[in-house]
Design a protein. Structure first.
Length: 299
């Protein structure tokens, strides 16, 4: 793998680390299967790209992308909490609607950002963009991870974590299960929209189809990371999903660039499916091996 491919995969892995953080909040913390991220990711890219082309400051455009994406997550929560729609179906409906909304936002299926200033433009003067951009993105991801760790370790975060474990207990304590659901889904999709905005600015385009398979990548990062770096502490789990995202992207880049097994760029979805399957099987295999060791020691 060339240095360009390595740092490109590292940068993309860090961007999708934000997606993994969002997926971790819904699937692990809230126990809510949210598939709306497939629509939130391109929405963040669409809002940021449209705003930047319109002459808005890139940082303001990125914040706008986060807010709009968070609003989409709020809609999913509304369909579930207030309308009583099954959470899985509610997120699918939101994701489907987001496709048309994204085209409305951009006015066309895609927007190019070539020649436009982005949040990375001022930092590219520090050195070779190939090395500088992953560092800048990494700092943004680490700041986001720090924010989530502080949130989940707070009293409010404890209530949100309890909602994912036992909603009846939370309701019995007088807390609002619906409020935690609204907040967590909005926060999760806000992070995914942030990732979409960064993706558009680092790749110089926003496309309405860029969110296809985002949920699979996020789940792969969460499962792979927590399999390789197990731990019950919040900061360990957050670090694990980011590392999982980076390792996942590096593995895909290595498999495609090395020509392993005759793979080509068109085989990306195949490689993704295989890696996700391996990540799902690894915890079970690890459990069986530990069980055998225990039984062998007992004998």
């Amino acid at each position: 793998m060339s240095a360009f491919a390595f740092f490109g995969a590292l940068e993309l892995g860090l961007i999708y680390g934000l997606v993994a953080l969002g997926v971790y909040l819904t699937f692990r913390v809230l126990d809510f299967p949210d598939l709306s991220v497939d629509g939130t990711f391109p929405m963040g890219a669409a809002v940021a790209a449209t705003a930047i082309v319109a002459g808005i400051n890139p940082w303001v455009a990125t914040i706008m992308a986060i807010i709009v994406s968070a609003a989409l997550g709020w809609v999913t929560a509304f369909l579930t909490v207030r309308c009583g729609i099954l959470n899985l179906l509610a997120s699918i409906l939101t994701s489907i609607a987001a496709f048309s909304i994204n085209i409305r936002i951009m006015g066309r299926p895609n927007i190019a950002l070539l020649g436009q200033d982005t949040i990375l433009t001022p930092f590219e003067a520090w050195g070779d963009p190939m090395y500088v951009r992953p560092i800048v993105v990494g700092v943004l991801v680490l700041f986001s991870a720090w924010f989530i760790v502080r949130l989940l370790n707070s009293d409010f975060g404890l209530g949100m974590r309890a909602t994912g474990v036992n909603t009846r207990m939370v309701a019995a304590q007088g807390a609002s299960v619906g409020f935690y659901t609204y907040f967590c889904l909005a926060l999760s999709n806000g992070f995914v929209g942030f990732a979409g905005a960064l993706f558009a600015q680092t790749n110089s385009f926003a496309d309405v189809t860029s969110g296809v398979g985002t949920i699979v990548v996020g789940l792969a990062a969460v499962i792979l990371g927590q399999t390789l770096i197990p731990g019950k502490k919040i900061w360990v789990a957050i670090l694990a999903v980011i590392v999982g995202s980076v390792l996942y992207r590096l593995a895909v880049a290595f498999a495609l660039s090395s020509g392993m097994f005759g793979l080509q760029a068109s085989d990306l979805n195949l490689v993704t499916a295989i890696l996700v399957a391996v990540a799902l099987v690894m915890p079970k295999m690890k459990g069986k091996l530990q069980a055998r060791k225990v039984s062998g020691g007992a004998v």
